[in-house]
Design a protein around this ligand. Structure first.
Ligand code: HEM
Length: 362
């Protein structure tokens, strides 16, 4: 006879054994099966699926369409991987950087070759003992402000674009990371100054950069730099005027796209940001290439060109040879100055009768 106590203990053993078996069975089943089984039986599911499983599966198997979703509302908050972002990254690495680099290096080489073949364009009549007033202190300040800001942005921008391929092999990753961070912060902080510089330049110089009769023939005759013959021109020649309008038009594209990249708070998604980046970089490269030519002619390429932009006065013969319509007008008005008069004016002696800060006819 099995007594009552024994029966109780056998029942307990059976219960714990079946509990253990159920636990082991459940533990060995995949979560989804447990959830499906419980749902199929109409029982509430207690398991929690890994919410990222499907997402990472989509990331791995992505087929050129956007990946991701969320309940958070905002611009592209539901897009983890933007398909155009992949295309943009590829374009930047495989086209923009190598082609842009080739264009810039070629421009420098061409200027070097041109200098070796043509040499410095001299003042044919030689430097004279008289000068013409060309730029006010304010105009020169705006020019050098724009030039400093532009050169800083061009150098930091190029470090960001070409640095990984060009600088890491030379200075190493640690030094490059410091340089890249400084360039990025510097580029972002100084960028807005470019807007001020371009607006000031536009206001001050626009009148003298409106195309006039005779400008086209200057262009057709290569500005006189090819062939060596002087071509008549006004205060600014066709080349300078075209550079000015390039600065304003391409500068506006660079400014607008720069603002879109700097302040991503106006509802622009990554597609617009990618486009802004490409527009910003192409515009900047075009401008750097043109400005390289401008710097060349304004410095080593032409005798007497820099004087006006550094002192405010240019040589009379330089004026006659490169901007003869403007020079003739000042000569007719009797507004030429001797070197001594210019020195006195620079020392702040206002007794000199003509020339000075107001003469900017064109
Ligand atoms: C260190 C570099 C630079 C040098 C040596 C230089 C030199 C000169 C010189 C000599 C002139 C006067 C030309 C003349 O009197 O006919 C001039 C004018 C001018 N420069 Fe520069 N420059 C430099 C950088 C820049 C930069 C970076 C920009 C713009 C991004 C710029 C934009 C201008 C403009 C707009 C004018 C007036 C021309 C016009 O309005 O048509 N310069 N520069």
């Amino acid at each position: 006879m099995i007594n009552r106590r024994e029966r109780m203990s056998r029942r307990l053993e059976r219960v714990s054994l079946s509990g253990l078996l159920t636990f082991l069975l459940l533990y060995s089943l995949p979560l989804e099966t447990v959830a499906e089984t419980s749902e199929a039986r109409g029982m509430p599911s207690t398991s929690v699926l890994n919410p990222a499983a499907q997402l990472w599966r989509d990331v791995r198997q992505r087929d050129g369409s956007n990946v991701g979703n969320t309940q958070v509302k905002g611009v592209e908050t539901g897009v983890l991987i933007n398909a155009n972002g992949d295309r943009w990254g590829k374009f930047r690495m495989e086209q923009l950087i190598p082609i842009g680099g080739t264009v810039l290096v070629s421009a420098v080489l061409l200027l070097g070759i041109f200098y070796m073949l043509r040499g410095k364009v001299a003042i044919e009549g030689g430097p004279s003992d008289r000068k013409l007033f060309r730029y006010t202190t304010y105009e020169r300040t705006i020019h050098w402000f724009l030039a400093s800001v532009f050169l800083f942005l061009a150098i930091t921008g190029m470090i960001l674009l070409f640095g990984r391929s060009v600088l890491i092999p030379v200075i190493g990753k640690e030094a490059f990371s410091v340089l890249a961070s400084l360039s990025k912060e510097g580029h972002d902080l100084v960028g807005p100054l470019f807007i001020i510089a371009v607006v000031l330049m536009f206001i001050q110089f626009v009148k003298r950069n409106i195309y006039q009769k005779g400008d086209l023939s200057w262009l057709l005759r290569g500005g006189g730099i090819i062939g060596g013959k002087h071509v008549p021109s006004n205060f600014f020649n066709m080349g300078e005027k075209s550079m000015f309008w390039m600065l304003i038009l391409v500068g506006s594209v660079i400014i607008a796209s720069g603002l879109m990249l700097l302040f991503p708070i106006f509802g622009q998604g990554r597609e617009w940001m990618g486009l802004a980046h490409v527009g910003h970089t192409l515009g900047a490269m075009l401008m750097v290439t043109v400005i390289l030519g401008h710097i060349y002619i304004g410095s080593v390429g032409m005798e007497g060109a820099l004087e006006g932009m550094t002192t405010g006065y240019c040589d009379l013969n330089w004026g006659k040879e490169h901007h003869d319509h403007w020079a003739s007008e000042l000569i007719e008005k009797g507004e030429t100055l001797t070197n001594e008069e210019v020195e006195k004016l620079k020392m702040g002696d206002s007794s000199t009768t003509h020339g000075g800060e107001s003469a900017t006819t064109g």
